[in-house]
Structures are given as structure tokens and as C-alpha cells.
Design a protein around this ligand. Structure first.
Ligand code: 9MR
Length: 353
């Protein structure tokens, strides 16, 4: 009796706790828009609204149901499984399993793919990063990697991030194994190899902190100018767009996009999120809605901005909390897969034109 009373009491305490936590969650402001974002993006003349995703997330059926909705997402970017360490962990040993899974999902659900990425200083296997290379041997390593990966996915990738994050914030080239061995020529080596392997794929350089004026955007404008002058294939610049709440400058973002598109390349918002210092208040979520509306609104205002990709759509799988301790809630869906006010901001930007 005492035992069963204890159990019943425990149960009812648990119910109270559950009710309290769901009350706390449901008291946060949520989105009200009934617009589906990819449909709205396409109606507005953009190619897609998309999301990054990662293979371990694909076993989460609630997550997958939303991701698979093509009215909501028309494009996927693999967050990790097409990177060098995943694709060619040992020299000439290729593993396409993870990338293939995401391409198959895109095909099944009528989405286009951004391939991410081919040449990057990070998530680079040790055999490349610490190899004893000459310019000739590293050229061959880059060509083999790029040619094999791009050929494998030929015809299935709308755009490749061929080069990822080549600059320091002060506008100098990042001194990684590629630059240290080949100077900036590694960039055209990779772009030429990608173009030869899939002439129809759009070839991008992807970078962060291009959202503000300063030496980094200036360096990118100069690089595109030089590549164009040399006849090197370059079709677009990815503006990653990892924002901090309240730090969006519409005028700088738009000026930078226009400086790039004036050179004859597309731009895309490739990794959008907007991190909040925790705990997020209701006012923060309203500011986040305004930020998302501003950022997507700039893409709307620039005809050469082809689309917007969020760096995963839900806080449940955001990279922010582990990389920026004390920050989070950066995505338009919360960790329970409920749409936040930010969702309305995106919808507003795509529908008011
Ligand atoms: O989202 C990716 C995360 O899962 C990885 O741990 C991380 C490792 O560097 O890379 C993340 O994606 C990055 C992207 O490839 C390039 N731009 C910055 C992104 C966030 O770190």
C-alpha cells in the first residue's frame, strides 16, 4: 500500500513536471505563417530554399518528415559526408556511402543538391594535411580527389563548393597545405578539374564573413576578378551567413552581393543561421525574426542571389552550441521541431516583393 501510494505519487509528480515543461516550451512565441518556404522562394523567382543535413539525423523520422517536404525544402547540402575526410580518408581509397545516401534522398524528394566541399583546410585527412608534397605531387592529389568525387556525382549536383574558406579575415590567403605548397594556384587547379569532370555543375567558392565590408570581401572580389581574367571556370560565391543576433547589416550584405554579381558570378546564402546568447528571451526571438527577414530580403533584392540554405533547419541539430558555448537557438525551427518566429521572417521576405 505504502509502496503503491508512493508509486502513484511519483507518477503524478512526473505528470506535473511534464506539464510544466511543456507549458514552458509552448509559452515561447511560435510562427503563424502558413506559407511553405521552398514554394515561396520559387514563386519569388529564386531557385530554392534548402537545408543542410547530416547522415546521423536521417534516422529521426520526425526530422525527416519535415526535411522531405519539397514544398518546404527544395535543396540539400550534406553537412559532413562529402568532405575530404569522409570521401578519401586514405589516398586513392574512396567512400561515397554517406554522400550517396543524401543524393538518393534528394532524388526521391525532388530536391537539388549543393555539393560541399572539395578542397578545404579542415576535415582534411592527415595524409593530405601532413604529406610531404611538392607542387607537382599535390597538384596530382587535388586533381585525383576532385575528378573522382565530381565524376562520381556527375549530373546530380547543381553546385559544388569547390573551394571552401580560402581566406583569413584580414584578406590574406589562409596558409594551409594547399597554399603553402602551391600558392593560390591550387584554386584554379581544383576549379579546372571540377569543370572537366562535370561541365554542367555550377562551381563555387564558399566563405564566411563576407557579410560585412572589409578586407575579406575585398579579397574575394579580387580573386573572382583574377579568375575571370584568367578564364578559370567560376560560377558563384557562397556567402555562408553565420550571423550573431542583431548584427545584420542589410546595406553591407547587399553591397557585397552586388560587388560579386557585377563580376558575372551568382551568389547564394549557403549556411544561414543566427545565434542567440542563451537563454533566449521572447524579444530575442522577435529580433531573430527581423534578422532572418532582413537577410533573406537582401537575397530577394539581388537578382543574382539564387537561393538560401539554412545550416540545418532545427536547433536540434545545430552546430552552434558545441562551437560557441553559451549561444544557440540559431535556426528557424526549435529543438522540438516547432517553427519559431524566424520562420515568419523568412516567409515574409519571400512573399513581400
Ligand atoms: O556542420 C558541420 C559540423 O557538423 C562539423 O562538425 C563542422 C566541422 O568543421 O563543420 C560544420 O560545417 C561547417 C561547414 O562545412 C563550413 N562552414 C562552417 C560550418 C560550421 O562549422
Amino acid at each position: 500500500m505504502i509502496l503503491s501510494l508512493g508509486f502513484a505519487t511519483l507518477l503524478s509528480l512526473m505528470r506535473v513536471a511534464t506539464a510544466q515543461s511543456s507549458t514552458a516550451t509552448s509559452s515561447a512565441p511560435t510562427a503563424t505563417s502558413t506559407v511553405s518556404l521552398n514554394m515561396a522562394a520559387k514563386a519569388a523567382g529564386k531557385l530554392y530554399f534548402g537545408s543542410a543535413t547530416d547522415n546521423p539525423e536521417l534516422t529521426d523520422t520526425a526530422y525527416l518528415t519535415i526535411l522531405n517536404d519539397t514544398a518546404m525544402f527544395g535543396q540539400l547540402t550534406p553537412a559532413n559526408s562529402m568532405k575530404w575526410d569522409a570521401i578519401e580518408p586514405e589516398q586513392n581509397v574512396f567512400n561515397f556511402t554517406g554522400g550517396d545516401q543524401i543524393v538518393a534522398l534528394a532524388e526521391q524528394t525532388g530536391k537539388i543538391m549543393r555539393g560541399h566541399n572539395l578542397v578545404w583546410y579542415s576535415q582534411l585527412p592527415d595524409w593530405v594535411a601532413y604529406g610531404n608534397w611538392t607542387p607537382e605531387t599535390l597538384t596530382s592529389v587535388i586533381q585525383t580527389h576532385v575528378t573522382t568525387e565530381v565524376s562520381h556525382y556527375k549530373g546530380k549536383i547543381y553546385a559544388w563548393d569547390v573551394i571552401n574558406e580560402p581566406f583569413n579575415d584580414n584578406g590574406t590567403f589562409r596558409t594551409d597545405v594547399f597554399y603553402n605548397t602551391l600558392n593560390s594556384s591550387y584554386i584554379s587547379i581544383a576549379l579546372n578539374a571540377a569543370h572537366a569532370a562535370d561541365p554542367d555543375a555550377m562551381l563555387y567558392i564558399n566563405e564566411y564573413n563576407l557579410e560585412y565590408s572589409g578586407p575579406k570581401i575585398d579579397a574575394m572580389v579580387q580573386l573572382v576578378t583574377d579568375l575571370k581574367a584568367a578564364g578559370t571556370p567560376i560560377d558563384g560565391i557562397g556567402i555562408e551567413s553565420h550571423f550573431i543576433l542583431g548584427e545584420v547589416s542589410a546595406s553591407e550584405l547587399q553591397a557585397n552581393m552586388e560587388a560579386l554579381t557585377a563580376l558575372g558570378v551568382d551568389v547564394a546564402i549557403t549556411e544561414l543561421d543566427d545565434r542567440i546568447e542563451l537563454p533566449a528571451t521572447d524579444a530575442d526571438l522577435e529580433q531573430q525574426k527581423a534578422d532572418y527577414e532582413t537577410i533573406v530580403g537582401v537575397c530577394m533584392a539581388v537578382s543574382g542571389c539564387v537561393g538560401v540554405t539554412v545550416w540545418d533547419y532545427t536547433d536540434k541539430y545545430s552546430w552552434i552550441p558545441s562551437s560557441f558555448p553559451g549561444y544557440g537557438e540559431a535556426c528557424p525551427w526549435d529543438e522540438n521541431l516547432v517553427r519559431k518566429p524566424a520562420y515568419d521572417g523568412i516567409a515574409m521576405a519571400f512573399t513581400s516583393y
